[in-house]
Write a protein that binds this ligand. Structure first.
Ligand SMILES: [Zn+2]
Length: 340
């Protein structure tokens, strides 16, 4: 028996982190979220070059497709290889045939010139017709001028902004920093340390596995009036698994919780990549309803159609050679890890 659903959407991804797995341990063990950023992610993203970005995106897109995810909302940073990075990601996703909404996360971590070049990459990509949003890393790594410039660029192109918001306690003043800038098209990743009445507009992107892994706490996104969608924050592209975790975490604070709530968050993700609703995923399990899926680990797609084309058949990608993608990505991961 098999059931068919629309494509799944990962509403917050970092395709570049596909090469992070197996990276060498940091020189000293991080003791809080800020140190996780400084000692893991900000060392990793600075070491990325365009070839690594290309193969991390190929691997990340492949792994997403293999889990029935046909739409990815990506948030990218590579301070040593900014220009062209969004094209590398978009081209890789197009080869695998996964829809992607790209954004470069602007930040002042590397000075005003770094922020300017990040803004320019967003502008260049959008102006060339790329599908994207304007990215901001997070308000706590940006000056007010940079936040305003990013918001203004997004207005110019009629798109939203994809930004990390109050993921850790160090960004708890995000509502004040972003006050007056946010719009309904903005994507607010995490919101763990947002107060219930934060006043920001946009969709809150809930990433429960990442939040647990970073020990930042439970966002409990039902607290907010905003729409909520589910992301992986770069830990693969399997949002069905993220749904299962979102449900049990919700249940852990409310024994009356049902899986329908987290299932609706999957549906909100499709508002961000609406064409995913026309994609068709045929699963190894029937029925694909929230109560079944929540308690049935291991469900996998058998066939995926994107825009009518079969791009996964009997669990294998049709447009790319999955073994080759994994081999090339492993080569680039080795290069990357050697730089750390
Ligand atoms: Zn993130």
């Amino acid at each position: 028996m098999a059931a068919t659903t629309p494509g799944m959407v990962c509403a917050h991804h970092h395709l570049y982190s596909a090469l992070a797995r197996g990276m060498p341990a940091p020189p000293k063990s991080p003791t809080d979220f800020q140190e996780i950023l400084e000692q893991v992610w900000w060392r990793l993203d600075t070491a990325l070059d365009l070839e690594m970005i290309r193969w991390s995106a190929m691997l990340g897109a492949l792994e997403a497709l293999e889990q029935g995810t046909t739409g990815i909302v990506d948030h990218h940073e590579s301070p040593s290889a900014i220009e062209g990075s969004l094209d590398a990601i978009a081209d890789a996703c197009a080869e695998v045939v996964v829809r992607v909404v790209a954004a470069y996360g602007v930040t002042d971590r590397h000075g005003a010139d770094g922020a300017r070049r990040g803004l320019e990459e967003n502008r260049r990509f959008l102006a060339s017709g790329g599908r994207g949003l304007v990215g901001i890393h997070a308000s706590f790594t940006c000056s007010d001028d940079t936040l305003q410039a990013a918001a203004g660029l997004a207005e110019d192109f009629g798109v939203g902004v994809h930004v990390h918001v109050a993921e850790g306690p160090g960004d708890a003043d995000a509502p004040q920093r972003l006050a007056g800038l946010t719009r309904d098209g903005w994507l607010l990743a995490h919101g763990v340390h947002l107060r219930d009445d934060h006043g920001l507009r946009g969709t809150v992107l809930h990433n429960p596995r990442s939040n647990l892994n970073n020990a930042v706490g439970y966002a409990d996104p039902r607290r907010f009036d905003n729409p909520v969608a589910l992301g992986t924050d770069g830990i693969g592209g399997n949002v069905v698994e993220e749904f299962r975790l979102a449900y049990v975490l919700h249940r852990s604070v409310d024994v009356t919780a049902t899986p329908e709530t987290a299932w609706a968050w999957l549906e909100t993700g499709r508002d961000l990549v609406p064409e995913a609703r026309d994609d068709e995923v045929t699963w190894s399990y029937d029925p694909m309803d929230p109560w079944h899926v929540a308690f049935t680990p291991g469900i996998r797609p058998v066939e995926v159609r994107v825009g009518g084309e079969v791009v996964l058949s009997e669990g294998r990608a049709t447009r790319v050679d999955a073994d080759e993608v994994r081999a090339k990505a492993a080569e680039q991961a080795a290069r990357l890890h050697a730089r750390l």
